[in-house]
Design a protein around this ligand. Structure first.
Ligand SMILES: Nc1ncnc2c1ncn2[C@@H]1O[C@H](COP(=O)(O)OP(=O)(O)O)[C@@H](O)[C@H]1O
Ligand SMILES: [Mg+2]
Length: 241
């Protein structure tokens, strides 16, 4: 479904993403993990069109999308959440998600249809779809769900979920992981899921890629990642000789 080849992103003299290549099959949940600053969000920003690659190729179902602006990539079927949720604070939840549904389809659907899709997306993530619930006072878990609802409302075939577990407690993490699992099973959406911790992600993903300093250092089954010497070194530090 997605083929990323030798993707690079340079900020001045600093290579944040260095020759990253991977493939994604339709229906898969791929985990993209790595310590803070390893280039995970930058990789998402390149795929979703929020940043232009310095070099490399990104093909979605055979079509080159590297360098397209974010709205066109969204219209091509890639939805994403942001690590730091920034909803429209003065709008209700349903209004926030309706905007995503409407502009995610480039205005090709009616307002009524956008509203209906927004209610569906809010239902899917378990947030209220009434007209009065606002974003003020929402906790971390609800804000992360709102991010997912906004992404789902754009009707993606591929969802990029950035740090969906950030700021959540243990129970909330389990629920968020189950939610991503059911987004795949019930909605048939392919997912790339970024986290800096391994944790519950490892139960849900089919395959995992590990980044360190912008480079891919591992690709394989979650169980193998947990015992791979390079991966454990990155996460736990160098073993003493
Ligand atoms: N717009 C930017 N300008 C300069 N450096 C950036 C920019 N965005 C990210 N970086 C740097 O690139 C590296 C990777 O960042 P990021 O992709 O956000 O990491 P992760 O999501 O894995 O924590 C970090 O060192 C970060 O400071
Ligand atoms: Mg990040």
């Amino acid at each position: 479904m997605l083929v990323v080849e030798r993707l690079c992103k340079r900020f001045g003299g600093f290579l944040a993403v260095n020759q990253v290549s991977f493939e994604l099959r339709q229906g898969e949940i791929l985990g993209l993990i790595g310590p803070n600053g390893s280039g995970k969000s930058t990789t998402f920003n390149l795929i979703a069109g929020n940043l232009r690659p310095s070099s490399g190729s990104i093909r979605l179902e055979g079509k080159e999308i590297a360098g397209l602006p974010a709205h066109q990539i969204c219209h091509n079927g890639i939805g994403r959440t942001f690590q730091i949720p920034r909803p429209f604070r003065k709008l209700s939840l349903i209004e926030n998600v309706t905007l995503a549904a409407y502009y995610g389809q480039s205005g090709a659907i009616s307002r009524a249809e956008a509203y209906r899709r927004a209610a569906e997306a809010l239902d899917m993530v378990g947030l209220p779809s009434d007209e009065s619930t606002r974003t003020e006072g929402l906790g971390a878990a609800a804000l992360k769900k709102l991010e997912l609802a906004r992404a789902l409302a754009t009707k993606p075939r591929l969802l990029l979920a950035d740090e969906s577990l950030g700021g959540l407690d243990r129970t909330e993490m389990e629920r968020a992981a189950d939610l991503l699992g059911s987004i795949r099973s019930k909605m048939g959406i392919t997912i790339i899921w970024v986290e800096h911790i391994m944790g519950v992600l490892m139960r849900v993903v089919d395959r995992v890629i590990v980044l360190d300093h912008g480079e891919k250092i591992f690709e394989g089954a979650p169980a193998q990642a947990a015992v791979d010497p390079r991966v454990t070194e990155v996460y736990l530090g160098k073993p003493r000789a």
